[in-house]
Design a protein around this ligand. Structure first.
Ligand code: UT7
Length: 356
């Protein structure tokens, strides 16, 4: 049976165990707290301990969301996970999450739309529930960026405050090559519980999602791909080709243009106006990007939410983390109109509207 509406019944999030302040990164590569704050707004991020996998964060966030919704894990009949950092090259993490939650043989699905993973995954989740494929769906955005960091074991010890011994110049120089990227990211997961609602005034209202693959090399990981034989090699490691390549300026410009455009587009689709939006939760890529989006949309400070200062960019996890913080701090109230927007590698971007 096709359902008219779905809504979010619970949310939760977790971060990696280790809080790493900007200052710690200055001991790993040539960077400064001032540069990171000025260019991105980020003050700290969290990294997992070695051995913790994306599925572990996903499960921990899922348990919090389930408790918040008042659902038992055994109630869940569909899992969708958005991640670009799965535990293994294949399979995706959703099957591992299903097993770790001890669930029966329910269907699970991975999607990989990178920083727009939440808005895309929300559309997939909403559509699955409305189509009757699942009645209690768990949707998780989870990401571990630690594996991208071009750091030696000793550099990790220094970053995590386990050693004060200096880093070799060679390791420092190598890490410095990637500093514009590595200072931005952190590890975390956020989850939401989605089910049908009979209340016509609440729930997920619509989407405006887009893709343009022509500039794919502006943000991508150039190794571990089946363009190569073998798909991953020693040369890839030596050259640091496992670290994402990012043309920061191109991504920045795309983000400040496409996110406001898609917010306006979804509002038009739903026959609503910008003035109706109580809160915009943008993907947390860079505080300067959020400020650019805010300026384009002429939103007052209390109508946009940012928390990148505390977590860095956690890709598919940023929006569910922000949403959970807003719900639990009372920043979002029943009946509020919430807009979500994100842009990420692909490029994929878009916006979603939801009545809390
Ligand atoms: O969710 C999608 C993921 N990605 C993004 O959203 C990223 C979007 N882009 C950005 O956020 C910004 O472009 C960055 C924060 C990545 C970079 O800011 P920028 O203002 O575009 O700086 P830049 O890369 O043009 O570098 C400016 C200077 C350069 O030095 P010179 O050539 O002017 O001497 C860099 O070498 O800053 C230097 N630099 C750094 N200095 C200290 C680059 N990274 C760092 C660093 N610490 N971490």
């Amino acid at each position: 049976m096709v359902q008219a509406h779905t809504r979010i019944y619970g949310s939760g999030f977790v971060t990696g165990d280790n809080c790493v302040k900007n200052e710690a990164l200055t001991r790993v590569c040539d960077t400064t707290d001032e540069w990171i704050r000025e260019r991105s707004g980020i003050e700290q991020r969290y990294f997992v301990n070695e051995g913790t996998a994306t599925s572990d964060l996903a499960v921990a966030a899922a348990k919090k969301a389930l408790a918040d919704a008042g659902w038992q894990a055994s109630d869940v009949d569909y899992i969708v996970v958005a991640t670009m950092t799965p535990d293994y090259y294949f399979p995706g993490v959703s099957s591992i999450v299903q097993a770790k939650l001890g669930l029966g043989n329910i269907p699970t699905l991975d999607i990989r739309q990178q920083c727009s993973g939440f808005v895309y995954g929300l559309q997939v989740s909403d559509a699955l529930v409305r189509a009757g494929a699942g009645k209690k769906l768990l949707f998780i955005g989870a990401e571990i960026h630690s594996g991208f960091m071009p750091w030696s074991k000793h550099q990790w010890d220094v970053a995590l405050g386990k050693s004060t011994d200096p880093v070799s110049q060679q390791d420092r120089d190598f890490a410095t090559k990637f500093r514009h990227l590595t200072v931005l990211f952190g590890d975390a997961a956020g989850a939401v519980c989605i089910a049908p609602t009979d209340d016509p005034k609440r729930g997920i209202l619509g989407f405006s999602l887009h893709t343009d693959g022509k500039d794919v090399e502006s943000l991508y990981v150039p190794s571990a791909g089946f363009k190569y034989r073998p798909y991953f090699s020693e040369e890839h490691v030596r050259e640091g080709r496992y670290v994402p390549v990012m043309d920061g300026r191109t991504v920045f410009k795309m983000a400040v243009t496409k996110m406001p455009e898609s917010v306006n587009a979804v509002l038009a689709k739903c026959e609503l106006k910008l003035d109706d939006v109580n809160l915009l939760i943008p993907h947390q890529a860079n505080l300067r990007i959020s400020e650019g989006v805010q300026k384009q949309l002429k939103l007052a400070d209390d109508r946009i939410y940012n928390n990148i200062q505390k977590y860095g960019n956690t890709t598919a996890a940023t929006i569910p983390i922000a949403y959970d913080e807003c719900r639990k701090s009372g920043r979002i109230k029943k009946g509020d109109l919430i807009a979500f927007t994100g842009l990420g590698a692909g490029f994929h971007w878009g916006a979603a509207l939801m009545r809390e």
